[in-house]
Write a protein that binds this ligand. Structure first.
Ligand code: C2E
Ligand code: MG
Ligand code: MG
Length: 647
């Protein structure tokens, strides 16, 4: 642009100069013409010299008459006199007149000549009179030198003028030539500059094209991930909803990343951004955009996939599962390996009256319902879900109003030695005694408490109440309390634990903290330090729900957990899924090698208990051994159960 402006300035200046030169040229030419004209004019010298000749002719005719007076001589003298008189008139007019007037001496000379000529006017007609002839010749003698002088003068002046004009002409010629050369040169430069400008204009035009293409891209795409944005989605949805095909309705999948916020909080926004980019790339790989399908970023950690002519519910569910699978593969983010889960809500445009907004709304409701069920869920919209959402919104509002100390309390579920039936300890599980709804389970309120941040307060109350209750247990067994990722990020857990232990006087060895596999585990340093601090205090740290989500066996050693709890989903599958048995066996064998205790969660049947034991795990927890109970009721159970030595 700067080049362009400079060039434009040069062009304007050059054209201005050209204009001046062109305007000046006619003036120079006119001057030249005038000078040429002046140079070629010899009339002044000619006038003077001719006058002298005519004067001499007059004298000659008179002298001839004096020697031989004839009538012809008389006539010739009169004619010569007339000629000289008319010459005298030309000497007083025009260019010669001006030449005469320019000098007082010349004016006097012409005056004298005219005077003498006038004097002889009467005598010229009477030449036969000797006295008249003598007077005439005497008068002519008087002006002889004057005529000679004037003729010479006119000649000299004329010659000088011509010489001066020739110099002027030469100068004008140089100016004219310079102007012409300048004009030709400027014309050439002008052409070059115009070509250059044309090229610059071409370039500017191309650049403009690129910029407008970029602007169009930015208007339709998300800057961070490069995926199509909300606008593009709305356009694509509007197109998809133009015709209704009941056999192949379009489907919208809203994908919400689980645990994205903690990654952002723990690893920083840069890492968060990198993770979003990585997620976007994977979505693009799965979604075949060439067939009109679209993967777009909806905002924050929400992505939307539009499947045109999606086909059966099963086919869409299969795509959703593939998406989850692909997203669950660890992502490389800022030297960290980060795993993330996602929840998906799906809606089909299975009725013609569903417009694009309604379709997204439905998928959103399905997502909300899926989230309420837990992370990693996929749900297809059903009309009843809308009421579920209202209930969840009500729950969130109630949670904000709740008095946590009064309304939240732990229920206790025994952890047992499966073979002996002896009690090892209890796990404190939070229960919300809702003023109108009665008891609400953690699966329902923990996600809401985590997203609102109320979990920090609830978690603190849980640790304090659990430790206080444990001091009143009939047996000195351990109590396990669950820790939320949000608590780990937002509060100083070791300080809280130290404070509670000091307040309740519970020996640290009787407190276990259960950390669910989560993004925290990827924050290697932070998690290792937290586990280490708690262990130094004498508190046991367990890795909860092992096998779900993103845990890998290497975490066990890296983070130094004392204990791991095999997730109940494996235990539930043990009696009908061989793979689950293999996984459980592998986990147990490895944990034993690492000297880590293992507890199997969710044992409901004798069969499962047997299989867990057969797989090498002696400790378990589940409805088979006891459901979570409030403090006063668990006291009876504890009183009746033998205490295990291992506890
Ligand atoms: P968790 O820590 O894995 O707790 C075990 C869950 O499995 C409990 O569900 C328990 O009632 C259930 N359970 C135990 N045995 C069986 C069984 O045989 N079959 C089946 N189907 N379920 C069984 P609950 O109490 O609903 O808690 C759910 C989850 O909520 C807990 O899973 C834990 O992650 C979280 N949670 C509970 N209390 C707290 C808390 O105070 N703080 C935090 N941050 N999370 C909590
Ligand atoms: Mg637990
Ligand atoms: Mg668990």
């Amino acid at each position: 642009m700067r080049h362009f402006n400079r060039l434009r300035l040069i062009l304007i200046s050059l054209m201005g100069l050209l204009g001046i030169a062109l305007a000046f040229l006619p003036f120079v030419m006119q001057m030249t013409e005038a000078a040429v004209d002046r140079t070629s004019r010899h009339d002044m010298a000619w006038n003077g010299i001719n006058g002298r000749s005519e004067y001499q002719e007059l004298r000659h005719v008179l002298m001839t008459y004096a020697l031989n007076p004839t009538t012809d001589g008389q006539q010739a003298a009169e004619l010569a006199y007339e000629i000289f008189v008319s010459r005298l008139n030309t000497w007083r007019a025009g260019v010669f007149g001006a030449f005469v007037e320019a000098s007082p001496a010349r004016r006097a000379i012409v005056g004298w000549i005219a005077e003498s000529i006038h004097k002889i006017e009467a005598d010229i007609a009477h030449l036969d009179d000797d006295r008249a002839l003598t007077r005439i010749l005497a008068e002519l003698d008087r002006i002889d030198a004057d005529v000679e002088q004037l003729a010479r003068d006119s000649y000299t002046t004329n010659t000088e003028e011509i010489a001066a004009n020739t110099i002027v002409l030469r100068k004008l010629q140089i100016v004219q030539q310079s102007l012409i050369i300048g004009l030709i040169g400027s014309g050439f430069v002008l052409v070059v500059l115009l070509l250059l400008q044309n090229r610059l204009l071409g370039r500017a035009h191309n650049a403009e094209k690129v910029i407008s293409a970029e602007n169009a891209f930015l208007a339709a795409h998300d800057i961070l991930t490069g995926l199509p944005n909300r606008n593009s989605l709305h356009t694509a949805l509007a197109k998809a909803c133009r015709i209704f095909d009941a056999g192949r309705p379009p489907a919208v999948l809203i994908i919400d990343l689980d645990g994205f916020k903690p990654i952002n909080d723990v690893l920083g926004h840069k890492a968060g951004d990198q993770l979003l980019v990585s997620v976007a790339k994977r979505l693009e790989k799965v979604v075949d955009q060439s067939s009109g399908n679209l993967a777009c970023r909806f905002g924050g950690d929400e992505f939307v996939v539009l499947l045109q002519g999606a086909g059966s519910v099963d086919a869409v569910l299969a795509t959703a599962h593939t998406l989850l699978q692909v997203l669950r593969e660890p992502h490389r983010v800022d030297q960290h390996k980060v795993s993330i889960d996602a929840t998906i809500g799906i809606a089909f445009r299975d009725q013609p009256n569903i417009d694009p907004n309604e379709l997204i709304h439905r998928a959103d409701i399905a997502l909300y319902a899926a989230k309420a069920k837990g992370k990693g869920m996929i749900l297809v919209f059903e009309p009843e879900m809308a009421t579920g959402i209202e209930a969840r919104q009500k729950l969130e509002a109630d949670l904000a109003e709740a008095d946590p100390w009064a309304e939240f309390e732990p229920h206790y579920q025994p952890l047992v030695d499966i073979t002996s039936g002896e009690i090892l300890g209890v796990e404190a599980l939070a229960r919300w005694n809702h003023p109108t709804r009665g008891m609400v389970l953690p699966g329902e309120f923990i996600p809401a408490a985590e997203s609102s941040g109320r979990i920090v307060e609830i978690g603190r109350i849980m640790i304090e109440k659990a430790c206080r209750d444990a001091m009143r247990f009939p047996k000195p067994i351990a109590v396990s309390v669950n820790l939320s990722t949000v608590q780990m990020i937002r509060m100083d857990v070791p300080a809280l634990v130290a404070d509670v232990l000091a307040k309740t006087k519970l020996p640290p060895s009787r407190l276990k903290l259960e950390i669910t596999e989560s993004v925290m585990i990827h924050d290697a340093k932070g998690t290792r330090a937290l586990v280490g601090k708690l262990q130094t205090m004498g508190v046991t740290v367990s890795l909860d729900d092992f096998g779900t989500g993103y845990s890998s066996l290497s975490y066990l050693r890296r983070f130094g957990f004392d204990e791991l709890k095999i997730d109940r989903s494996f235990v539930g599958d043990l009696d009908h899924d061989r793979q689950s048995m293999a996984i459980v066996q592998t986990i147990i064998a490895l944990a034993r090698n690492l000297d880590i205790k293992v507890i199997a969660e969710g044992i409901e049947t004798e069969e499962q208990a047997k299989m867990v034991v057969a797989a090498g795990c002696a400790h378990g927890q589940g409805y088979l051994f006891g459901r979570p109970l409030p403090f006063d009721k668990v006291l009876n159970v504890l009183g009746s159960m033998p205490i295990a030595r291992a506890a």
